[in-house]
Ligand binder design. Structure first.
Ligand SMILES: NC(=O)C1=CN([C@@H]2O[C@H](COP(=O)(O)OP(=O)(O)OC[C@H]3O[C@@H](n4cnc5c(N)ncnc54)[C@H](OP(=O)(O)O)[C@@H]3O)[C@@H](O)[C@H]2O)C=CC1
Ligand SMILES: O=C([O-])CC(=O)C(=O)O
Length: 271
């Protein structure tokens, strides 16, 4: 039997802790060996819940410890890890903060030249299987309309030029309309899905995005519409917000876990 591939998880928040726990409980061919946390003391309970006792390393040292590095950080911490991993040949970088791949100019080219493999799991959005097939036949238009409960945007949110208290939003309010690239710049913690759709489809500048704060929805809702030479595809994801971090949909962590399981699976289903 081949040696398991070593996996490191960066960030043990709502997504990272679930990914680390799944690895800790067993994913064929993979072994959790290292994690990075912001503060070891405050992450104590999380770390003690893992039976495999991964080593705790500073972010920048994580890539040396593993063949696969799973990023589950806030966007603001991405570059400490990204700047190191981007130059490493033969590693796999699994990314939750997918928007950062678009925000950091040249990152994807640098990674490709270095020989780093980047995986962006579907995360909170469904329909990428169809999008990738539609890209092969010929894409014409791709749009994403995201609606979230106002509280998913934090206490305050920009509406036009003004910051508005989300508790006071009493009707569906459009917060943003523009390209995927612009959406990530405006809402880095809320719309990584736009980057994922853009990377699978028409790119950061030709993918249209709308973001709505809607007191009428309880779920984080993503409507993906794809027009191609093969027809039209509409996929609606209605995701329960994560209990710990309602900005993120609960399904996101499980998409990453499913992507990790698929790495060593003999049977691969779906595009
Ligand atoms: N691709 C997709 O579809 C989706 C992507 N996301 C994105 O995934 C990422 C993770 O989301 P989520 O888990 O919900 O976020 P959380 O805020 O719950 O978790 C982030 C974790 O990273 C830790 N952290 C912060 N700084 C550092 C550091 N320097 N070194 C190590 N750890 C650090 C935080 O610690 P502490 O709490 O102590 O500060 C926290 O535990 C976010 O960028 C989010 O926007 C979210 C939903 C969908
Ligand atoms: O979790 C979601 O529904 C979407 C999200 O926050 C993101 O893409 O960043």
């Amino acid at each position: 039997m081949a040696e398991p591939l070593r996996v490191a998880v960066a960030g043990l928040g709502s997504i990272g802790m679930r990914v680390a726990t799944a690895l800790d409980q067993g994913v064929d061919g993979l072994q959790l060996v290292a994690v990075a946390v912001r503060d070891v003391r405050s992450a104590g309970a999380r770390l003690s819940g893992l039976r495999s006792s991964p080593v705790v390393l500073p972010l920048a040292e994580l890539p040396d410890a593993a063949e696969i590095v799973v990023e589950c950080l806030p966007p603001s911490a991405f570059s400490t890890l990204g700047d190191v991993v981007v130059n490493l040949s033969g590693k796999t970088f699994v990314v939750a903060s997918v928007g950062q791949l678009l925000m950091r100019e040249g990152f994807l080219d640098q990674a490709r030249i270095a020989g780093l493999r980047i995986m962006a799991p579907s995360g909170a959005v469904a329909g990428l299987d169809g999008l990738r097939a539609a890209r092969e036949i010929g894409l014409e238009a791709v749009s994403l309309k995201t609606r979230k409960p106002p509280s998913s945007f934090g206490e305050g949110v920009m509406v036009g030029e003004k910051t508005v208290a989300t508790s006071g939003i009493d009707k569906a309010t459009r917060l943003f309309s523009g390209s995927a690239r612009q959406s990530i710049a405006a809402f880095p913690k809320n719309i990584n899905v736009a980057a994922t759709v853009a990377l699978a489809g028409l790119g950061a500048d030709r993918t249209s995005v709308e973001i709505w704060a809607d007191p009428g929805v309880f779920m984080n809702t993503h409507e993906l519409t794809i027009r191609s030479k093969g027809g039209t595809l509409k996929v609606v994801s209605e995701n329960l917000p994560d209990e710990e971090n309602p900005k993120s949909s609960a399904i996101t962590a499980y998409s990453i876990i499913a992507a990790l399981r698929r790495m060593n699976s003999a049977l691969s289903v779906g595009t």
